[in-house]
Design a protein around this ligand. Structure first.
Ligand SMILES: Nc1nc2c(ncn2[C@@H]2O[C@H](COP(=O)(O)OP(=O)(O)OP(=O)(O)O)[C@@H](O)[C@H]2O)c(=O)[nH]1
Length: 603
């Protein structure tokens, strides 16, 4: 392989911080196009949002990278390594992961919309990590764009200089040159010493069916070559490096990654735990004395049970979770056994979107049909005998008589909202048992801070906030403490049998109303069968609500008795498909939606 020209001073490693829809994907495609990374026809598909799911949902989930070469106005050619970051509130942890590989970040703000809470939180993370934050005002082609106002907002709310912020339109291409020049002039080159022992940070790892584990790394010190024997510092395991290179955006082998560079490495690692994200790689021959600081560990916030509909899928389900968790350190799972749903896993997620995405990936990429139980947060329970337990599953809540106190997790939620929707947002927060702690006005925008029970926030809060503010309010939240709360477990009985997978933990004040809504929702969702089905909600032995699904009188097939066989077959086939998502509880068939009916209550 020919030696590449290399000058560490001409490397720029950066990420883009942007709120969803402010144009990050469009801008990154433009930068790639401008630097000749892609032909126009390849631009049709946005490149960095590579997973199908991401494209459909229009959001970026996983960190990806691309290496570009840009010849600047000063005549020098720069290597730009762009590491992508996700934009949703559930994934701020992955943002810090991407930022750890960079010296700078572009803060892309829609010049018509202004600053949103999520960009704010990520921006603070970047500033804390000592990154150079370069503000970029996008969408200046829009008639309603108001770059001066938004620049002031950035200064006022984010607290960085923005008056001479670069203005561009990722859509029309205006100002893209200026963005590239800013990257080169404002973001510092990587520090690090090529002569020191190798230290390469694993930013991301994923499993490729042909290559095994592929890792995206940032070389902080030393040099990494194909053929070298490298050591994973946390496990001490050594592997021969097969391939190294860049994504440009197609994978391009270079045989070497030098100090300051970002690229992929493949080392024939088959074990999915062999290259953990946040770990440090060094060389077996001349190892570094210490690993690099890893990433802040994140704890899942929401737990739910996931059960394969067919018990034959259990093994493949476990393998799939293993593969997914390789590049998603925030995904937690452990075996769970439900009397209603059989063998499955208790899974922990960052939030509801994260949960939905994992569920969809399992179904689409791994072809596993699942029943998911209602998500719950983690409660701290102090028993009468003084022992403290963490409860991530309503069925594990100790009997009422054994409980001294229950503590629920509380978050601090920062919301940015235009003044005209402030009233709606306050109503929503009060409804969700929120307590206001701060409110400041910034031009047209208001920043409000609430302390809210996490259980209320992780479920449907984000969606409701969006709809009550016509999409203008934005949210960021973090766990602050556990707080004593009067929580109870509501059980659901179907024909007298307690269904463990349907239990929920809720505040006592809401329990009566939610119990009622829950049984009513279940009544709608459970199809009528050949007998009456009684649905009850209980707290302990006390029934708080009941409903009945009346028996079905007619047999569907009876209708076409004597009719032609193919029609009858079709009807049966249709029924069977309809049943795919059903679970047999005793003699009652319950559809998947019923297990999530809890999410539909309390609105
Ligand atoms: N008018 C105008 N529209 C733009 C511009 N840049 C992006 N858009 C549009 O804004 C919408 C969102 O752009 P994306 O690039 O997908 O946004 P994103 O921030 O990458 O979204 P995530 O991938 O979810 O983080 C798309 O409909 C784009 O066509 C711009 O400069 N001007």
């Amino acid at each position: 392989m020919p030696e590449r020209a290399f000058n560490q001073a001409n490397i720029r490693n950066f990420s883009i911080i942007a709120h969803i829809d402010h144009g990050k994907s469009t801008l990154s495609d433009r930068l790639i196009q401008h630097c000749g990374g892609l032909a126009d026809r390849e631009m049709a598909a946005q490149v960095l949002d590579s997973m199908d799911l991401e494209r459909e949902r229009g959001i970026t989930i996983k960190a990806q990278s691309v290496t570009l070469h840009y010849t600047a106005k000063n005549g020098e050619t720069y290597q730009l390594n762009f590491i992508d970051t996700p934009g949703h509130v559930d994934f701020s942890y992955e943002v810090s992961r991407s930022l750890a590989g960079c010296e700078g970040a572009l803060l892309v703000v829609d010049a018509a919309q202004g600053v949103e809470a999520q960009t704010l939180a990520n921006c603070y993370t970047a500033l804390e990590m000592d990154l150079e934050v370069v503000p970029v005002l996008n969408k200046i082609d829009l008639p309603q764009a108001d770059p001066m106002r938004v620049a002031e907002e950035i200064e006022d709310i984010v607290g960085i200089e923005a008056i001479d912020a670069v203005q561009c339109s990722a859509k029309t291409g205006i100002g893209i040159d200026d963005v590239l020049e800013r990257i080169v002039t404002q973001i510092p080159p990587p520090q690090g010493d090529a002569e020191k022992p190798l230290q390469a940070l694993i930013i991301d790892s994923w499993f490729d069916n042909y290559q095994g584990v592929v890792s995206l790394v940032r070389v902080k010190n030393g040099v990494l070559r194909a053929g070298d024997k490298m050591k994973v510092m946390s496990t001490g395991q050594s592997h021969q490096i097969d391939k190294v290179g860049f994504f440009s955006p197609k994978p391009t082998e270079t045989g070497i990654l030098r100090c300051g560079e970002v690229g992929f490495i493949i080392a024939g690692i088959k074990d999915i735990l062999g290259a953990p994200v946040g770990d440090t790689l060094t060389l077996a021959k001349n190892p570094a004395s210490a690993p690099l600081p890893g990433f802040k560990k994140v704890k899942p916030q929401v737990y739910a049970g996931m059960f394969p509909i067919s018990s034959d899928d259990y093994e493949s389900f476990r393998d799939a979770l293993g593969k997914l968790s390789l590049n998603d350190a925030s995904l937690f799972y452990e075996p769970e056994n439900s009397s209603a749903l059989g063998f499955g896993f208790r899974c922990g997620f960052l939030g509801m979107l994260h949960m939905e995405i994992i569920q969809e990936r399992l179904e689409r990429e791994y072809d596993i049909d699942l029943i998911t139980t209602a998500p719950t947060v983690v409660y701290k329970v102090v028993r009468k005998d003084g022992v403290e337990v963490k409860v991530d599953n309503p069925t594990k809540l100790p009997p009422v008589n054994d409980i001294e106190t229950i503590y629920e997790p509380v978050v601090e939620a920062n919301i940015l909202v235009p003044q005209e929707y402030l009233g709606n947002v306050i109503t929503l927060c009060v409804d969700k048992r929120g307590m206001q702690t701060k409110m400041t006005y910034h031009g047209k925008q208001v920043a409000v801070t609430y302390e809210l029970p996490m259980a209320e926030v992780v479920m449907d809060f984000f969606d409701r906030l969006k709809s009550t503010s016509r999409g203008y309010a934005s949210l960021d939240y973090q766990f602050i403490r556990f707080q004593e709360a009067d929580m109870v477990r509501v059980d659901v009985l179907i024909n007298g049998e307690r269904v463990d997978a349907l239990a929920m933990i809720t505040h006592r004040d809401h329990s009566q109303g939610r119990g009622r809504q829950l049984v009513e929702k279940m009544q709608e969702l459970i199809p009528r069968q050949m007998f009456d089905i009684a649905i009850q909600a209980t707290i302990g032995n006390h029934v708080i609500a009941r409903a009945t699904v009346k028996q079905l009188r007619k047999n569907v097939i009876a209708k076409c008795y004597g009719g032609d066989v193919s029609r009858k077959k079709k009807l049966l086939q249709k029924q069977k498909e309809g049943k795919k998502r059903m679970k047999q509880l005793g003699n009652v068939e319950v559809p998947q939606e019923a297990f999530l009916a809890v999410l539909k209550v309390g609105k």
